[in-house]
Design a binder for this molecule. Structure first.
Ligand code: C2E
Ligand code: CA
Ligand code: CA
Length: 331
């Protein structure tokens, strides 16, 4: 039957001497198997149709109870995220970044977690993307920025040079025309020196609209803030653009580091050489073993971050880390 419907409706029509081509997408729900009530049946048709349209032109999809479950889960997550923002359920963790030649701290990366009342600590991988899709990421990123700056100032006041604070920013936040003014306002309110700050933006996000990214990043860099390209090697940036990008550092993606020193050695060496020739710093993320550290050091990459040195730490653990680290240095 669905084939007949498609054949009857789809095709070529001539209206006002113009040829029009019609394709149809079909969503199908069956009575009484998929729903016994008219309203639910129509809702189910709708979710099957949604799925069919997403699959491409001229596609057809039968209703599947899993579809409702996925939609319901998404809606639940969204409601919960809004509540989490209202209830302040986000926590900021910090992962040290080091110069592996002398094990001096050169900075730390702020990483957000969601402290869910029932489900415990939730990884950003499970909520950053939905938060971006539903326009909630700016609120979260802004909260992380403020909290991390306050914590960082507290550690600075212990009297040690702890380098720069790195923040992960969704390019959505940077595109917000108020962002730069808000950032300046926070910096001056907290008396946070822009030279203590570094922003990490992923390569794939930069490349989405490279000219826009260049102009946004230029303005940020004018303030003295450093820019790092995150997940470098995964986003297909071309060499000609790389030269034009106002950035200071490349972060080699963990997916390459994980294979060292058996695989991805040429690729890693190429990225290191590329950074050097462009005059950029290079940091490797996701170091877990001595062998990985050794390979990178031998090939001229000195800045590192990974579980090998430290997992991301909450405020208390980071305070302890800084104290331990500096007393060890002095001994
Ligand atoms: P990312 O920016 O690439 O952050 C590095 C991720 O790698 C972190 O995961 C970190 O915990 C993990 N990692 C570091 N060293 C190792 C290692 O040696 N082994 C392994 N297996 N993993 C390691 P996390 O914290 O789950 O964050 C995931 C992603 O979520 C981040 O990837 C970043 O893209 C995003 N994210 C985190 N915090 C924020 C935030 O405040 N705002 C925004 N917009 N995104 C954030
Ligand atoms: Ca990052
Ligand atoms: Ca990364």
């Amino acid at each position: 039957l669905s084939n007949e419907i498609q054949q009857t409706i789809a095709g070529e029509f001539v209206i006002n001497r113009q040829k029009l081509f019609i394709t149809i997408a079909l969503g199908i729900a069956r009575f009484p198997k998929d729903a016994e009530e008219a309203n639910t049946l129509i809702q189910n048709v709708d979710s099957a149709l949604h799925k069919a349209k997403a699959s491409g032109k001229g596609c057809m999809h039968f209703y599947d109870p899993q579809l409702t479950e996925i939609t319901n889960n998404k809606l639940l997550l969204l409601t919960e995220l809004k509540e989490a923002i209202a209830r302040n359920e986000f926590k900021v963790f910090y992962q040290p970044q080091l110069d592996a030649r002398n094990h001096q701290i050169i900075g730390m990366e702020a990483l957000v977690r969601w402290q869910h009342p029932d489900r415990g600590l939730i990884s950003p991988k499970n909520f950053i993307h939905p938060a971006e899709e539903h326009g909630l990421i700016n609120t979260i990123d802004f909260y992380v920025m403020q909290t991390a700056m306050q914590d960082f100032i507290q550690w600075q006041s212990l009297g040690n040079d702890i380098g720069r604070l790195s923040l992960n920013l969704s390019i959505k936040l940077l595109e917000d025309s108020n962002y730069l003014n808000n950032l300046k306002a926070i910096l001056s309110e907290l008396k946070f020196n822009p030279r203590w700050l570094k922003l990490e933006v992923t390569e794939s996000l930069i490349m989405k609209d490279v000219n826009l990214s260049i102009s946004i990043l230029k303005n940020i860099r004018k303030l003295g803030i450093e820019i790092a390209i995150d997940d470098f090697g995964t986003g297909y940036s071309s060499l000609s653009y790389l030269q034009k990008l106002p950035v200071d550092k490349l972060k080699i993606d963990r997916s390459f580091i994980i294979n060292l020193p058996d695989k991805d050695t040429d690729l890693t060496r190429t990225i290191i050489a590329l950074s050097h020739s462009l005059g950029l710093d290079v940091l490797a993320e996701g170091i877990e073993t001595t062998e990985q550290e050794k390979f990178l050091l031998e090939n001229g990459c000195y800045f590192m971050q990974g579980f090998y040195y430290s997992r991301p730490l909450d405020n208390n653990a980071m305070t302890q880390y800084i104290q331990d680290h500096y007393t060890q240095q002095e001994r």
